[in-house]
Design a protein around this ligand. Structure first.
Ligand SMILES: Nc1nc2c(ncn2[C@@H]2O[C@H](COP(=O)(O)OP(=O)(O)OP(=O)(O)O)[C@@H](O)[C@H]2O)c(=O)[nH]1
Length: 395
């Protein structure tokens, strides 16, 4: 679902950003019929802001990653002239809002309510067009992050050095080094060295934009260490080389094991998801048109001609596990499948507890805000323990 805000409430969503804990929500909660309420509603969701100069590529990024627009179609996108809010929740596992800002936004405009805008924000993605002269963009970046940091010190600042498809490899590296250096020098000159910027080289014409967005989203998932741990246990007990937990619709990976990610493996896994969804859509749908192409039976095995296997299993309605492993290690498929079932159960437990804690927090927030933070922490650590205990059963 996406919607545009009306002009007259362009900067005023009219709610108290400090009053609700800003944390990621997951999938529509009641999928498993456990009676828990539905997903977080609109303004309760954490926010990712997309900022940058005009024509830097903000709307294209949002459309390509979350709305399946083909990169070539972005050539026809019109300039954004007001904040566009996009609710990423109906079809996706991770619930959040993306706010796409017009390039010409003026922080000194009295209608710009920076407390409201930056207050409830989890990450600010600043997009720089690397094919253009980026001096103005660096000035705007400095102004934006210092202003946002004053309001909210918890924001993650992510700089996308964008449109790098037009640059040679050497020039790409040189541009990244230069932007990194100048942005950090600017912060040091104004005694703001405590602000940390992360840099990503991106383009909508390859998988780099999905990879970069995966990293942005992962930093905002509080259970990431637990998920990583579960994946580590899974791969070490199943002789898997690499495993990604994917949000199927967006192809963002919300977690992977702790071995380094190489771009080629990620691309292979993304391509596999595309193939599985395409084939399911063509041949897998029953007459019942309501059925989704990706369901609890979805799984796929692709053997590559270099002795590698790609193995996909559905984890829940929104998530898939995609593994890369050597063909020789697949002769014990029974063990892998058993380990996968334990992994899936552990994941479910993590998020069931997570959802319950969210409901609990929502119910008690108004009355016991101080007591609440302690209890919520207990629930979170309980979540981790339960997940790990469950995963340990595999051994
Ligand atoms: N080569 C290349 N072009 C891109 C890339 N991303 C976006 N573009 C192009 O950049 C142009 C501007 O993209 P938009 O997404 O409209 O930029 P914007 O930042 O939203 O612009 P405003 O709405 O004016 O702030 C479009 O023609 C896109 O096709 C990219 O990764 N590589």
């Amino acid at each position: 679902m996406s919607y545009e805000q009306d002009d007259d409430d362009q900067y005023n969503a009219g709610y108290d950003v400090g009053s609700f804990p800003k944390d990621f929500g997951y999938g529509p909660f009641d999928q498993d019929g456990d009676g828990l309420p539905g997903p977080l509603v609109g303004e309760q969701k954490p926010r990712i802001l997309l900022m940058g100069l005009r024509r830097s590529g903000k709307s294209s990024i949002q459309k390509v990653v979350f709305h399946k627009m083909s990169p070539n179609e972005t050539l026809f996108l019109e300039s954004t002239n007001k904040i566009i809010k996009d609710d990423i929740s109906n079809s996706s596992f991770v619930q959040f809002q993306i706010w796409d800002f017009p390039g010409q936004i003026d922080f000194f405009d009295p209608t710009f309510d920076s407390d409201m805008i930056f207050g409830g924000c989890g990450a600010l993605v600043f997009v720089i067009d690397a094919q253009d002269d980026y001096t103005d963009a660096l000035n705007k970046l400095h102004l934006t992050v210092t202003k946002a940091f004053k309001v909210n010190q918890g924001i993650r600042f992510e700089v996308f050095i964008h449109k790098v498809d037009g640059l040679s490899d050497d020039y790409k590296m040189e541009t990244q080094r230069d932007i990194h250096q100048r942005a950090n020098d600017d912060l040091a000159d104004s005694s703001c060295d405590q602000i940390h910027l992360s840099f990503h080289l991106t383009s909508i014409y390859d998988h780099s934009i999905f990879e970069a967005f995966s990293k942005v989203v992962q930093k905002l998932i509080p259970q990431l260490p637990t998920l990583e741990n579960l994946l580590n246990i899974l791969i070490s007990n199943s002789a898997i080389e690499k495993a990604f937990l994917f949000d199927v619709v967006s192809k963002i990976y919300i977690a992977t094991d702790s071995s380094p990610v190489d771009m080629q493996s990620y691309e292979l896994c993304c391509d596999m998801i595309d193939v599985v969804i395409d084939v399911s859509c063509i041949y897998g749908l029953q007459d019942d048109t309501e059925a989704a192409a990706f369901d609890f039976q979805s799984s796929s095995l692709i053997k590559l001609n270099n002795g590698t296997i790609l193995y996909l299993r559905e984890v829940n309605k929104f998530l898939a596990l995609v593994c890369i492993l050597r063909e020789d290690n697949f002769d014990r498929q029974g063990i892998i499948d058993y380990n996968f079932l334990c992994f899936r159960e552990a994941i479910q437990q993590v998020f069931e507890l997570r959802n319950k804690s969210q409901v609990y927090v929502a119910l008690t927030t108004n009355h016991h805000s101080n007591v609440l933070s302690n209890q919520n922490t207990t629930v979170n650590s309980e979540t981790q323990n339960t997940a790990l205990n469950s995963a340990a059963v595999q051994r």
